[in-house]
Every structure is written in structure tokens, then in C-alpha cells.
Design a binder for this molecule. Structure first.
Ligand code: BV8
Length: 238
């Protein structure tokens, strides 16, 4: 199967890749599925990754993100991230990388032009931009940092559940899905929309690389059960 897929990669005019938390698992970043059972068992992402949760308990949500940032800052991109970056460097303009991840590991692996649909965990923004009385640099340190004058709070610059994705990024990702003739869907359970929907609008063949079955398997031409850190180098090295 790998040989067949390597031929599809070689023949593809444009490859669009959609990644999820599974591609960072090998680096030591818990996935959302694992989080339900594992490290974050006491934190339910579906509950905490929302504006309502932040407004209701800003310190708890802020501390959860601070904990994740600290953990992610200590890990390294893995062979899966690196294989994608190296392929794109060898074949400029032939690969578009779309990620649901907020960990910045694709960028640290050397990928450029990454379409980060859900933002970046290392960036903050004001909770109430309309107040706009505050300068980011003036935020008083705290959990979360805040504006002394108007009480505005800093929040993680990620897309929470119930929030719309950045329209330009989503439009770019949809165009790449439709325009590509091969789509690799890597390390995602395919539960969260609209990101997962990209796999259902692919212009060509869809290949899923995942350790377990996903909600997108019915949309795939091929489902490859495997570890992204091992499979991607095999698929992409030429
Ligand atoms: C939206 C950033 C319009 C934050 C994330 C009711 C009310 C409101 C909205 C909804 C609703 N019902 C449905 C929705 C839509 C909702 C949604 O899809 N909900 C789901 C739960 C049903 N979507 C939204 O809210 C989106 N916005 O729709 O706006 C709107 C507005 C108002 C009202 C309605 C609609 C916003 C979604 C973005 C949320 N933010 N992240 C943060 O990180 O804290 S989502 C977050 O979870 C991730 O970014 C990612 O997208 C998702 C987790 O998914 P995965 O990445 O797939 O991770 P998971 O752990 O699930 O899977 C990992 C896979 O890897 C597993 O299958 C595992 O087997 C595999 N794996 C593990 N190791 C490996 C591996 N594979 C390969 N190799 C390995 N080594």
C-alpha cells in the first residue's frame, strides 16, 4: 500500500494536507481524545475551550492554556512534522498544509504558509476588542492579564467552540481542498467542523493516516492505519 501511495504522491500536481492533534502525539502533546482519558481528564476541552467558560472562570481557563503552552514549549516537532516541511521545501508550491492544531509545531519544523484554522496557543488578544482602550503592552500581569483602566482581559488567540474560524484562512483551506488532486488527512478524529468538512470537499483522492478509525473514513479512498511519525516519512521521502 505504501508503494501505491508513494506513486500517488509523486504523480500529484498539488497535495493538500489536513492535520490534527494526532500528528503532535509523537512529540508528547496529548491529543484531545487522550485528554478526555489522560492528562487533562480533569479539564474537558469541550467545556473549557469556550468563551462562556472563560468569562465564567477566567483564571481556570487561563491556567489551562498556560499549562498547555508550557508543556508544548518543551517538546520538539517529530518526524511527521519534519517530513511535511522537507517535502514542501523540495517541491515548492506543490503542498498546502492546513492544521487544526494550535501548538505551532509545524511552523517550528520549518513549514511555511501554514493555514492554522484554530489560531496559535502562544498568542493572546483582548477579550473585548471593542473596548480598545488598552494597549497589549499595558496588560497587568495576572491569570489572566488585564487592563487596569477598563478591566479588559487578555485571552488565548485560539478559536474556541462556538466561535467562527478566521474567514480568510478557511477560504484558503477550502480552495486548497477543492483545488488539490491529493489530500492527506493526518491525525484527526474528524469530529470538529468546519475543519473536518475539508476532507469532504477534496478535489481528488483522499488518504487518511491515523492510528484509529475516524469520522472521515467513509470519505477516504484509502485509510492507512499507522503512526504519522513513521508513515509520513515513508510517503513523502523521494
Ligand atoms: C463553528 C482550538 C460556527 C482551541 C479547537 C453547538 C454549538 C456551537 C458549535 C457547534 C455545536 N455543535 C457543533 C458545533 C460546531 C463545533 C463542533 O464541531 N463541535 C464538535 C465537538 C461536534 N465547531 C465549532 O464550534 C467551530 N466553530 O462552528 O463556528 C458556529 C458558531 C456558533 C454556533 C454554531 C456554529 C470551532 C471549532 C474550533 C474549536 N477549537 N481548538 C484549543 O485547542 O484549545 S478544536 C480542537 O479540537 C482542535 O483544534 C481540533 O480541531 C479538535 C480536536 O480534534 P483532533 O485534532 O482531531 O484531535 P483528536 O484528539 O480528536 O483526534 C486525534 C486523532 O489522532 C485520533 O483519531 C487518534 O487516533 C489519532 N492519533 C493519535 N496518535 C496518532 C494519531 N494518528 C496518527 N499518528 C499518531 N501518532
Amino acid at each position: 500500500m505504501i508503494e501505491q501511495l508513494r506513486e500517488w504522491v509523486a504523480a500529484a500536481r498539488h497535495i493538500t494536507v489536513l492535520t490534527g492533534a494526532g500528528i503532535s502525539a509523537e512529540s508528547g502533546v496529548p491529543t484531545f481524545r487522550d485528554a478526555q482519558a489522560g492528562l487533562w481528564a480533569r479539564f474537558d476541552p469541550m467545556q473549557l475551550a469556550t468563551e462562556e467558560a472563560f468569562r465564567a472562570q477566567p483564571a481556570t481557563v487561563w491556567d489551562w492554556y498556560a499549562f498547555r503552552r508550557d508543556m508544548i514549549a518543551q517538546v520538539e516537532p517529530n518526524a511527521g512534522h519534519l517530513a511535511l516541511a522537507a517535502f514542501a521545501q523540495r517541491h515548492p508550491q506543490r503542498l498546502t498544509l492546513v492544521t487544526q492544531n494550535v501548538d505551532g509545531l509545524h511552523q517550528r519544523a520549518g513549514s511555511t504558509g501554514v493555514i492554522a484554522l484554530h489560531g496559535n496557543i502562544f498568542e493572546d488578544k483582548w477579550l473585548d476588542p471593542a473596548k480598545a482602550c488598552c494597549d497589549a503592552g499595558e496588560a497587568i500581569p495576572g491569570s489572566p492579564p488585564y487592563c487596569r483602566r477598563c478591566g479588559n482581559l487578555r485571552r488565548p488567540a485560539v478559536v474556541w467552540f462556538g466561535e467562527v474560524l478566521p474567514a480568510p484562512a478557511l477560504a484558503q483551506a477550502e480552495a486548497a481542498a477543492r483545488g488539490g488532486d491529493l489530500m492527506l488527512v493526518v491525525g484527526t478524529s474528524g469530529v470538529v467542523y468546519p475543519a473536518a468538512g475539508l476532507a469532504r470537499m477534496a478535489g481528488g483522492k483522499v488518504v487518511i493516516v491515523n492510528t484509529e478509525p475516524t469520522e472521515l473514513d467513509d470519505a477516504a479512498d484509502v485509510v492507512l492505519a499507522g503512526n504519522a511519525a513513521q508513515v509520513l516519512p515513508q510517503l513523502l521521502e523521494d
